[in-house]
Structure formats: C-alpha cells, structure tokens
Write a protein that binds this ligand. Structure first.
Ligand SMILES: [Zn+2]
Length: 281
C-alpha cells in the first residue's frame, strides 16, 4: 500500500534514474493495466517506444512522467502495485505486468501480486494527463502544494467533515490514505471524528505540523533506492506495520505516548481508524 510519502520517494529516485533516457522496449504482460488510457496493449507500446523522458512529476499517488512530443506517461500503482528498477536483461516475474527498458541501460518493472491488478498506466497528451488519471484538480497535495498553516486552516474550515474522512477524501486531499491519516491525527492528538471546521487556531497549527512531520518521517522510512529493492510500503504483504508507525496496525499494543492500548474503530463500511482514546481529543 503506497501513500503519498512513498510515491514521492519513488518519484525522486525515478527522476535521478530515467530523465534524459529514451524508451527502447516495452513489454505489456497484462492487458487490463492499459485501461482506461488505451484499448489494447499495442497502443501503449507504440505510444511509449522511442520517447525521451523529460521530467518526473507526481500528484497524490499518481506518477506523471513527461515525455517529448508533449506526451505524459501516467503510472497509477493502484492499491498494491510496486515499481522497481532492474537490469535490462532481467526477465519479468509472474507478478510483473509491465517492463520498460531504456536505451542507456536499465529497465523499470511494474508489478503487483494477485490475480486482478489495480495498476493502471498509459500515455496521453500532457495537458490532458491529470484529468485522464482521474486526479481531482481541486485536491490539496500536502507536499506538492506546500500550503501555509493559514491556508491549511481555511481548507479545513471549508471541508466540513470529520477529520479522518476529510484527510482521506481524494477529492479534497491527494495521496493520504488509511495509514498516514491515522498517524497524522495521532501525532496531532486529535480525534478522527472531530469536525474539521471546529478546530481552534492552536489545533490547526498542531495538525499542520503533524502532517509535515509524519510525511517527512515516512519518506525517510520508505528508503530511497530503486536498486534491487523496491521502496518499502508502510504495510508489507503480510499486513505487518512498519516500525515507524505509531498507531496504524497496532490495535491492542500500548500507545507510545500514554501506554493505553491502541483501539481500532469502524467508521463506516470498509473504513477503520486506529487511535488512542486517552491522548487524542
Ligand atoms: Zn495515547
């Protein structure tokens, strides 16, 4: 499960690795990953082959790789996808859905374990890329937009909803999911069901600072190398929470601030929050 900090780490690594290189070969193993951008696999192959990489951008958890000819290669790793660098001769594994090799050495493999991949990738005109990727143009990206705390306060006041649902609503904030929304609220000491418009100035500043601190710490924890290992997700394939997490995935374990057991509470169908009843108010 990749959220904003892990995808930002990927973006930085990709920027160092592939900008200036030209795409040599494209192998699409699984037809469904080219939708909704293309109808068939050969369409993606034709659009990517020979193109030169000019920049690597990100919005929320979607990567936008700008190519020459005013085209952009969109990569949405979905719920469980991962991206890693391989040598050009490395054969695709059973879970590899896309292999892109470059003229000056190296390749990128896009993988996802399981039968029906949630990965989605394609090439579109740059000016249409955000819309084609389904990224809300109005959603705040906490890293990319770098809002001031006052801007963030106005955003919370306008959002009108419980904090957990505001933080995880992709129409409002790009790239925060179940993991870091809980971590940010714990760090800020604010309950998930507090109305976003009800926060005091002090609480807004606390939430703002918590968001920055949690995202920076998560980027450090994600590692920073596409070499052989992929960027570490906060939750591994076995559902095990990474060490840098303070509440997510830690139900029953003592809160590291007050020692009371962490609770896991259902908010609505399929949405849970990990929190501490004692020190989140
Ligand atoms: Zn606590």
């Amino acid at each position: 499960m990749l959220e904003l900090p892990e995808v930002e780490v990927l973006r930085r690594d990709l920027e160092k690795e592939i900008v200036g290189k030209r795409v040599k070969d494209v192998i699409v193993q699984t037809a469904s990953i080219v939708r909704p951008f293309h109808r068939t696999r050969p369409e993606l192959v034709k659009a990517l082959e020979g193109r030169k990489v000019e920049a690597v951008r990100r919005r929320g958890t979607v990567l936008f790789i700008d190519l020459d000819e005013d085209l952009t290669w969109v990569i949405d790793a979905g719920d469980e996808g991962s991206l890693h660098r391989e040598t050009a001769s490395e054969q695709p594994g059973a879970d590899t859905h896309l292999v892109v090799t470059f003229t000056i050495g190296g390749a990128i493999h896009l993988s996802e374990v399981g039968g029906d991949p949630s990965i989605s990738t394609g090439v579109v005109p740059t000016e249409e890329a955000l819309e084609a990727a389904g990224v809300s143009p109005d959603a705040l990206d906490p890293l990319d937009d770098n809002p001031t705390w006052m801007e963030f306060g106005r955003f919370l006041a306008d959002a009108h909803g419980p904090l957990k649902l505001v933080l995880t609503d992709p129409a409002r904030i790009a790239g925060l999911g179940p993991v870091y929304s809980d971590e940010i609220l714990w760090e800020a000491g604010l309950r998930h069901d507090r109305a976003s418009a009800s926060l005091s100035t002090q609480e807004i500043r606390r939430l703002y600072r918590a968001m920055q601190e949690v995202l920076v710490a998560a980027m450090k924890a994600a590692g920073s190398s596409l070499d052989e290992v992929e960027v570490d997700a906060a939750i591994d394939d076995e559902g095990e929470a990474a060490e840098h997490l303070r509440v997510f995935g830690r139900a029953g374990l003592p809160c590291s601030r007050c020692r009371k057991p962490i609770l896991r509470t259902r908010i609505k169908k399929g949405v849970y929050t990990y929190h501490c009843d004692q020190c989140m108010i």
